[in-house]
Design a protein around this ligand. Sequence first.
Ligand code: EPU
Length: 346
Amino acid sequence: MNSAKNALNQAKLTPNMGLKHRNTFGLDAIAELAYEITSAEQLPCLLKELRSQNPVWRVLGGGSNVILPNQLPGATLLMNIPGQEVCKSDEQNTWVSVGAGVNWHEFVAWTLEQNLPGLENLALIPGTVGAAPIQNIGAYGVEVGEYIDSVEAFDSVEQAFVTLSQAASQFAYRDSHFKRNPQRYIVTKVIFKFPKTWKPRLQYADLAKQFNHSNPLPSAKDIFSAVCQIRSQKLPDPNVIGNAGSFFQNPVVSNEQHEELLKQFPNLVSYPDSPGMHKLAAGWLIDQCGFKGQRLGPVGVYEKQALVLVNHGGANSTDILNLAKVIQEKVMKTFQVQLEIEPNIF
Ligand code: EPU
């Protein structure tokens, strides 16, 4: 009995594992020690062992927001914890618990089948449920943090399981407490809270256009289908052409700088952000610099969306970062705005 239990608690180890099909950029990275994590119970022992041998480690979910080097030394934890279930319901809300390894888009589709609307604007985002709170994924006016009740994680500093509430997770634009503390938390489960009252969120231009004056209002499933359609038109399918979605964050500048830029560039695309600040559309800035469809060696700027860098085949992380640098320098020279890289550089 005990040995059976131990076997279950042991993460499967594969040395020198190729990760080309485990990162959406399609980079040919080799993980020195790849551990497949299928249960949270595997983590305390494994982390203790890794710590005693002192190797570096990192977690890889769907690999849709990472830039991998050719060689990943130490341990790579492949997050595969499964499971999704409705765990509680009262008059106002329904709570759902989901394993960190569950595919994000399949989870969103499942919530709609369960008649739990809310995440439809986030359809077709590549990656896993465990990665969603780390960068607080967002699209079409909705951010995942709004629907997260709590996040369960293994805290590698305290060597203990912890539950962080929505407030403790400190969600912000493409940011969270987890992202600000890299190498600390391994997200194992996310608890979502779906309010029973639901209203379509159509303020984002692409969706507003699609459902202009729709009567009756679209259902969550209608929005889900529309978002899938819009995303497939604008963003490259990573199964066809390697990419990591938006490569840069939309930069936030002071109102003064925004005013100055508007004088020079009356067509500037921007949105009011936190008080005193404006958010600029990085895609527009890059597009204006003439990068759309351009190539530098095996990498390039996607022809339909300048915010996305693509791997035309055989690229490595250096090729990607070289192109990123050329773009950052040109945008800085033209607009005096610093673009920050969005995916994690491992
Ligand atoms: N634009 C251009 N040229 C381009 C790209 C964009 O002029 O090549 C202009 C568009 O016309 C639009 C504005 O820039 O006026 C904004 O572009 P878009 O609507 O495509 O959205 P985005 O700011 O580029 C953000 C998220 C996406 C998310 C979409 C939809 C970030 C960094 N990106 O993109 O998230 O899907 O909004 O909500 O916030 C991701 O993070 O991987 C991602 C895809």
